[in-house]
Design a protein around this ligand. Structure first.
Ligand code: GLY
Length: 372
């Protein structure tokens, strides 16, 4: 990722078994002064990959201090953040040390935010272990915690020193984690790159998404390339930008997704699953506004279906979702901005005011219908 006008670039490394090389990678990526590493993870992920990660780092001469947090979106909280900061401070971490995030998006966001604010910033290395975090959340420096009012409402941009993607971590991923990742992969293609969308959908259709981890490695590389290009052009998600290469387009499907997650107390959906519904809602609104053709909407809906089964949401109260949408942080001058499509692979940013309450409600009802 090369961000213009910034002194540092960082590499996203993708490969089989890379966790075993973590020590060497850390030596190359971190400042020469780094000697102590806070290895933040959760119990399940640490049991799977913590041993080799630690061994590799220790062989390269680092002093490793693991710290484990709870698993699940609800642990991306101020409470967990305070505990992480207490751990860093009780263990006397200093600015010459580093934080490593070993896990999915929840670990990456929380550890990343702790690294961003502790002593005004420690070097960070992301080692994402879910598909979703490998193609999206570990790349680009967004870190955050949730509050009772919504998702990711407190956070910071804090670019990592490196992103290390070990594709062996995919083999043990539960099916739902893959589905969630596929939804984000479809999102990236749909929002900004038709060739990426087609390649991802072709992969999902040909392998049913379960048995070709080698091809999935290629898809991850293409996804990261796309994400890196968007981030490099608009690192801080400039509030004034509304063009089709602005970082805002990566929020395609996220307005509804964040509301779905909030009304179900972050317990029902994996983030990517909620994005699956959110994309269909945004597609229906796009069609309702005359932006998107019927055949393109069908293509998008088929692609979401190809990602896998999503948890049901026909029991949810649409009025509560509409109310929660209003609190989304994607507002500019008090107006909610929707990321919509005028074709698959090309996003447009539209003022919430131009979407009638009826179109919004109809789109939510239609998207939430079973077997949509
Ligand atoms: N996940 C959206 C972004 O990084 O901007």
């Amino acid at each position: 990722v090369r961000i213009e006008a910034r002194p540092t670039d960082y590499e996203i490394m993708i490969g089989k078994g890379l966790i075993r090389d973590l020590g060497q990678i850390a030596r190359k990526s971190l400042p020469a002064t780094a000697s102590r590493i806070a290895l933040i993870s959760n119990k399940r992920v640490f049991e799977l990959f913590g041993g080799p990660a630690r061994q590799s780092l220790e062989s390269a001469g680092f002093d490793v201090h693991p710290w484990l947090m709870g698993e699940g979106e609800r642990y991306k909280s101020d409470r967990t953040l305070n505990k992480a900061l207490e751990f860093l401070s009780e263990s006397r971490f200093a600015r010459s040390d580093a934080v490593f995030a070993l896990g999915g998006g929840v670990v990456g966001d929380l550890a990343g935010f702790a690294a961003a604010v502790y002593m005004r910033g420690l070097p960070l290395v992301q080692i994402p272990t879910t598909l979703l975090s490998q193609i999206d959340s570990s790349v680009g420096g967004k870190t955050a915690i949730n509050t009772s009012r919504g998702k990711n409402l407190i956070g910071a941009f804090h670019q990592p020193h490196a992103v290390v993607i070990d594709t062996d971590t995919l083999v043990s991923l539960p099916r739902r984690e893959l589905t969630a990742g596929y939804c984000e992969a479809i999102k990236q293609g749909a929002a900004g790159d038709r060739a990426l969308f087609d390649r991802t959908l072709e992969f999902l259709s040909s392998t049913n998404g379960t048995d070709s981890f080698e091809e999935l490695g290629h898809i991850i590389a293409l996804q990261c390339e796309f994400k890196a290009a968007i981030v490099a052009g608009d690192e801080l998600e400039d509030v004034g930008r509304e063009d089709s290469r602005s970082r805002k387009i990566l929020n395609f499907g996220h307005t509804t997704a964040h509301a779905l997650e909030a009304v179900t107390a972050y317990k029902r959906f994996r983030h990517g699953e909620a994005v699956g519904y959110g994309m269909v809602v945004a597609g229906l609104i796009s069609k309702g506004l005359g932006l998107l053709d019927h055949s393109e909407l069908e293509l998008l809906t088929d692609a979401v279906r190809a990602c896998g089964r999503l948890p049901p949401c026909d029991d949810l109260d649409v009025e509560q979702i509409v109310e929660t949408l209003a609190h989304d942080k994607k507002t500019v001058l008090g107006k909610l901005k929707w990321v919509l499509l005028n074709r698959v692979g090309h996003a447009v940013i539209v003022d919430g005011d131009s979407i009638s309450p009826k179109l919004l409600r109809d789109s939510l009802h239609t998207a939430f219908r079973p077997n949509n």
